[in-house]
Design a protein around this ligand. Structure first.
Ligand SMILES: [Zn+2]
Length: 447
């Protein structure tokens, strides 16, 4: 399987550097992948994501990129990967990333750097963020806000096997109002960019513009529609909790997206903006920092997901901000934990999402421990980052659990993560779609 992975991954490169020998290499790939079509992954235990327990031993049989069976027997001729004292889990899912954006401790410097950098440079840097995320065990992400279509290009390049990275659902531009959290020109002088931002940049100011922007995003590759229903922490000119879209605008965004079979996510810190998004039928509330009990009850009753993004505090703590942004960051971090505890008490569905780029890419697993610190059991937090998140993404028939017929997205951590959830940060094995991207434990053998 490892060889098959290398063949599919690096064949184009080999063809480039050895232009006269592609056929020989093709034949080598064919014979090796035919030999090792079935792979068995063994470990001391597994957390399949179908319940809240760990079972012993862990054994998953993989054929043609999919899970053929969970448990024995190991078919004759299968390649066996034995990971020893480790726990197999479904590939982790992060429902809130920004792989095309860089983490930078210097807020003001980063805003200037983003203006100086060419789009190709940003895209090349994004490939490194994608690789780090995959190697951390996150085999799927929902990427909720990008610029210049870098997210679309990255997703397509990953799907084509050009660069390693997680499966991506992308949103193109997040949709918000003039001067709001999603207006990238906020904080710069008028006319600096030669024109005012509009629907093609994700900036809308009427239900009609909202529908146009949804259609425009989908036309150019959006899998999911993201909107900014309230102010944000890192935007330089707004308050963090004010509503930024009207009920009619949010209704238009969600109904148009749903009509075109796309799920929706709303960035919302304040309760009023969140309630408008929930009423509109939004699929998830991102951050949710200042949600009141009424908003949480509405989410519970309608099955709206909460994506708390607690990991943001790790990046905010080490960053340098102007006074307004620092004040908003302090206020938000102070309110997050109490809100998550109230959401848990109400039984609101919670999916793992981290806001990667607000903290360094690849540290996504810290969210598991932060959710556990807020009162989730270790199993609940693992489910939030696997089965529950796959449901929010609309991909539960394909990923999220170790179940026969699903994509072979499998990770392993040392020891037992139910005893120590922080072990999710020490991934030793990553397989996506049957291809091994990381294996620090074993050489494989033939059964
Ligand atoms: Zn975000």
């Amino acid at each position: 399987m490892v060889t098959a992975a290398l063949c599919s991954q690096f064949m184009p490169v080999r063809q480039l550097v050895m232009p006269f020998r592609p056929l020989a290499f093709l034949l080598l790939c064919f014979s090796l992948s035919a030999q090792s079509r079935v792979t068995a992954i063994r470990a001391a235990r597994m957390f399949a994501g179908t319940g809240t327990t760990v079972t012993q031993p862990g054994l998953v049989i993989i054929a043609d990129g999919k899970i053929q069976s969970v448990g024995g027997p190991v078919p004759e001729g299968a390649t066996v990967i034995d990971l020893g004292d480790a726990t197999l889990l479904p590939g982790f899912i992060d429902a809130h990333t920004h792989l095309s954006m860089a983490f930078d401790r210097d807020y003001s410097g980063a805003r200037l750097a983003a203006l100086s950098r060419t789009v190709p440079e940003s895209a090349i840097r994004a490939t490194e963020n994608a690789k780090r995320t995959l190697m951390a065990g996150f085999t799927t992400v929902r990427d909720v806000g990008s610029s210049d279509f870098i997210d679309v290009g990255l997703r397509n390049s990953i799907n084509a096997g050009v660069v390693p990275g997680p499966r991506m659902l992308v949103s193109v531009h997040a949709l918000g109002s003039t001067g709001g959290h999603c207006d990238d020109s906020a904080g710069f002088r008028p006319n600096l960019f030669g024109r005012e931002t509009g629907p093609k940049d994700g900036v809308i100011n009427s239900p009609e513009q909202a529908r146009y922007a949804v259609r425009y995003n989908i036309k150019y590759g959006a899998d999911v529609i993201k909107t900014c229903a309230t102010g944000g922490v890192l935007s330089p000119t707004d308050d963090v909790d004010t509503p930024q879209l009207t009920q009619a605008e949010l209704d238009a965004i969600v109904s148009e997206a749903h009509a075109l079979r796309r799920k929706t996510a709303a960035h919302a810190h304040g309760a009023e903006g969140a309630k408008r998004a929930i009423r509109a039928g939004i699929d998830s509330i991102e951050h949710g920092t200042f949600l009141d009990d009424e908003a949480l009850q509405m989410m519970h009753d309608r099955g709206t997901y909460l994506v708390p993004t607690l990991a943001t505090r790790t990046g905010l703590a080490e960053s340098k901000f102007p006074p307004l942004v620092q004040k908003k960051a302090d206020l938000a971090v102070k309110s997050q934990d109490a809100m998550v505890k109230r959401a848990l008490a109400k039984g609101v569905k919670i999916a793992l999402g981290t806001d990667a780029a607000v903290y360094p890419h690849g540290n996504n697993a810290v969210e598991f421990a932060l959710m556990t610190a807020d009162g989730m059991s270790p199993a609940q937090s693992l489910l939030a980052g696997t089965a529950v998140a796959s449901d929010l993404l609309g991909l539960s028939s394909q990923i999220g659990t170790l179940t026969a017929g699903k994509q072979a997205d499998i990770v392993a951590v040392p020891g037992n993560p139910l005893d120590n959830i922080k072990l999710t940060g020490s991934v030793v094995f990553v397989m996506k779609g049957g291809v091994v991207y990381r294996n620090e434990r074993s050489s494989s053998s033939q059964q």
